[in-house]
Design a protein around this ligand. Sequence first.
Ligand SMILES: N[C@@H](CCC(=O)N[C@@H](CS)C(=O)NCC(=O)O)C(=O)O
Length: 220
Amino acid sequence: MAIEVAYFSIPALGEPARILCALGDLDWKDDRFSFAEWGPRKAEAKWGQVPLLKVGGKQIANSKAIARYLAKLVKVEGKPMYPEDALEAALVDDVVDFFSDVHAKLYKTMSLPSVEEKEAARQAALGEGGEVSAMLAMLEANVGAFAVGDSMTLADIFVFWYLNFLNCGFWDGVTDRADLIVTPYPKLTAISEKVKALPKIKEYYTKIAANEPMYKCYAA
Ligand SMILES: N[C@@H](CCC(=O)N[C@@H](CS)C(=O)NCC(=O)O)C(=O)O
């Protein structure tokens, strides 16, 4: 069944959907648009927001509902990215929801009035003793070779998405700051690199990064 993923051309809340569609080689349309193009689209979006997934004549319009749906369709090495076992699925959700909490802490820096204040707030949040670094340290302590269990799941997709989102140029002040977003988290970085190395992921991001600088770190 054909799928459309509609979202701004940035690696923010819509990115897990794109990662899953690319990874699963699904029959999908990557409907990207600029902020300037959003106005007329808003009225047509189910909840007036994106990301939006169109499938079978219906709209799914919350990023994590979309991610869970797609993760049920995509397998890696024969295993679905969203576990069938209820407890395993809840553990995956736990990591996915954890990133919403991380995102909320960083997102509040968007409302600061100047670039300098934004940069300082993000560096403090991700620096030693910062509220985001404290959260990521807890996640780091709770993962193994994979974020949950012994195979790749949606939780690993979120690790890949968010570590690269931090580094992509969207968050002034922390872009390219390996000391803040790579070095303290060797296990999370290894998980992210494992997802990045999957051939379908490499293929998709190499293509997107050719025109969109924010995607370079997803491909490199
Ligand atoms: N709960 C929603 C939040 C979605 C959201 O905040 N979308 C933003 C972009 S990241 C949006 O559509 N902004 C444009 C608007 O609200 O008009 C989700 O996780 O999908």
